[in-house]
Design a protein around this ligand. Structure first.
Ligand code: SAM
Ligand code: SF4
Length: 331
């Protein structure tokens, strides 16, 4: 039985969207997301797929109607398709989506579609083979293309590309990425880099590139019109005139969107993280391990936790207050 809008935080925001990180591991090492030598969590600390399913189901019964699977790279988690299958079977779940780097989609796109995954966000920060390889530390762009085209072929509708823009690295490719999105009738979102985890590859304060500059770059080549369309996420959209493509701007640094926040995250080790930019969290892993199969304790723990959702994040690219890397929580 679903409790409609059971999750309302102290600032009257209804939480109806959860991002579940299914692993902290990844088959790439994007420089803004991970350090070169990452230590991953010991396997026994990661939630099992059954524990992730139970947590997802508790959220659904509390009125959550959107779940995004993320990571690390979700597709490196063995058995993921069965998790998609069980979550998708819940009729009240309006949207089950995934954020992926696309590298394994050639193998998995068809099974994911059959299992009931509705939409895909596929990350890419450069279409230049050398830069792609450099930014991901070893990725092969041809494998990425094969993954994207496989997803398109099996009929995923409205694929969205996610691009993190780093000044001095890929801002010159913004229009090429928009052109690729238009050619394939994809949407595309540009994301400001957040200071999450200490990177050893670059100084984050020097690579900041704000949405307003992304937009003026695009406007040199394309006409953009305002649209009131929104998805469940933090993107503010504009439509590219004469195309089926929308361009989204995700601006955690330059244009705070916390007043509209409807999301929480569960990390790969089962921490219910109430805000990406704060450390307030509640340990759901110990709840599912100490009380296996007990949905009622899980629901009560989640309801109590939502009362402590922080009002907003404060990101300063000159400081890394949050040492947790993005691969643990996902985006
Ligand atoms: N591996 C998958 C992928 O890359 O799409 C899913 C996980 S990844 C952590 C999710 C999204 O977070 C990606 O679009 C990635 O570009 C973005 N991301 C990672 N680190 C970030 C950071 N420090 N600031 C902003 N976005 C970041
Ligand atoms: Fe892996 Fe995604 Fe992080 Fe890149 S952004 S290292 S693909 S988790």
């Amino acid at each position: 039985m679903s409790e409609k809008s059971a999750l309302v935080d102290p600032f009257d925001r209804v939480v109806n969207y959860v991002r579940l990180s299914v692993t902290d591991r990844c088959n790439l090492r994007c420089t803004y997301c991970m350090s070169e030598k990452m230590e991953f969590l010991p396997r026994q600390k990661l939630l099992t797929l059954e524990e992730i399913r139970d947590i997802g189901e508790a959220f659904i019964s509390l009125g959550v109607n959107r779940i995004r699977l993320t990571g690390g790279e979700p597709l490196v988690r063995r058995g993921l398709v069965s998790l998609v299958d069980s979550l998708a079977s819940h009729k009240s779940l309006g949207e089950l989506t995934m954020t992926t780097n696309g590298m394994l989609l050639e193998t998995h796109a068809s099974d994911l579609k059959t299992a009931g995954l509705k939409r895909l966000n596929i990350s890419v920060d450069s279409l230049d083979p050398k830069k792609f390889n450099q930014l991901t530390r070893f990725g092969d762009i041809d494998q990425w293309y094969r993954g994207v085209y496989a997803a398109k072929k099996v009929g995923f509708s409205k694929i969205k590309l996610n691009v993190v823009v780093l000044k001095g690295f890929n801002e010159s490719e913004i229009c090429d990425l928009v052109a690729f999105a238009i050619d394939n009738e994809f949407d595309i979102s540009f994301i400001e880099e957040m200071p999450l985890g200490e990177t050893n590859s670059h100084n984050r304060s020097e690579t900041q590139f704000h949405s307003v500059d992304v937009k003026s770059n695009i406007c040199k080549q394309y006409d953009l019109i305002e649209t009131l369309e929104r998805t469940s996420g933090p993107s503010k959209y504009m439509r590219v005139v004469g195309t089926r493509t929308r361009v989204g701007f995700i601006s955690p640094i330059s244009d705070n969107f916390c007043n509209l926040c409807n999301r929480v995250r569960v990390t790969a080790d089962g921490r219910l993280l109430l805000c990406l930019g704060n450390e307030n969290s509640v340990d759901l892993r110990s709840v599912v391990r100490n009380h296996p199969g007990d949905q009622s304790i899980l629901r009560d723990t989640i309801k109590e936790a939502i009362k402590h959702k922080p009002e907003r994040h404060y990101f300063d690219p000159n400081r890394t207050d949050i040492l947790r890397f993005m691969n643990l929580t996902g985006g």
